[in-house]
Write a new protein. Structure first.
Length: 266
């Protein structure tokens, strides 16, 4: 089991402050931030995936005199704020229901590359972004949840701005343009033994990827991914504690994700 310990350098003096889990005070006095987009007809899915649909079964006062609401919903596993389980690109690895809870709950860091992504929709988060962050904050400890902020969340739910195309179906895939994570950076995350990697774009691989090497690299190490993460501009570089619980689909390759962060009290 990986130990979710967060160690932060203090004032650049080489002193480390370590925290294994949020204190009860943090849970009651900290500020909670919802990092999930809601699911609706506006939710963005991969162009070839089945979108979210909600069928109203009941929305009325019944003959018995009481109000009753119920709906049916359907959607692809991968769309909106969601989890990618390792089996998505690594045969024999963790399915959605097999991912240990301690990989989905723990201290988090945010690495902000929004300025670079603003200059290029095809920007690939690189190892230098990790090592540059570490020069200021210390090496990312094992057991950390890493969240990559590209600024793409500000484009939600505009499909053209977010995906690079309004098309759907296979013909849309060549027109996808959004930032992602370079496979070399993914390899460095594996070396750091992080618990999970999230990003505020449709995919941990950039839009023009053909072979999804970042998915393959992380998932071969049983490191799950979080995609379409919301509101990363509200999460500090260090100090947040993340809870990322997907719909528990037995044998699933992913699923809708409710991810939240609790921040230190103000």
């Amino acid at each position: 089991m990986r130990s979710p310990i967060l160690c932060l350098s203090v004032l650049g003096l080489g002193i480390l402050a370590c925290q294994t889990r949020p204190t009860p005070d943090r849970l009651t006095t900290g500020r909670w931030v919802d990092l999930s987009w809601d699911f609706s007809s506006e939710t963005i899915y991969w162009p070839t995936a089945k979108p979210f649909t909600l069928e109203v079964v009941s929305d009325e006062v019944t003959p018995g005199g009481y109000y009753y609401a119920a709906n049916n919903f359907s959607a692809a596993e991968h769309g909106g704020t969601h989890l990618d389980a390792p089996i998505h690109f690594a045969a024999g690895h963790h399915t959605t229901d097999q991912i240990p809870l301690d990989q989905l709950v723990g201290p988090a860091v945010v690495i902000d590359v929004s300025a670079k992504a603003a200059a290029s929709a095809d920007y690939r988060f690189e190892p230098a972004d990790i090592t540059g962050w570490e020069k200021e904050h210390g090496q990312i400890p094992a057991g950390t949840i890493v969240l990559v902020r590209t600024g793409w969340g500000s484009r939600w739910p505009d499909r053209l701005k977010y995906l690079g195309t309004n098309k759907t179906g296979p013909e849309a895939v060549p027109e996808l343009h959004f930032p992602g994570i370079d496979p070399e950076a993914a390899r460095l995350f594996v070396e750091r033994k992080v618990d999970a990697v999230g990003i505020d774009t449709p995919s941990i691989d950039y839009g023009q990827s053909k072979t999804f090497d970042t998915h393959q690299t992380l998932f071969a190490a049983n490191i799950p991914g979080f995609e379409n993460v919301a509101h990363l501009d509200q999460v500090p570089v260090t100090g947040a504690f993340v809870i990322a619980l997907p719909m528990k689909i037995k044998g699933g390759s992913g699923g809708p994700l409710r991810i939240v962060a609790v921040l230190p009290g103000q």
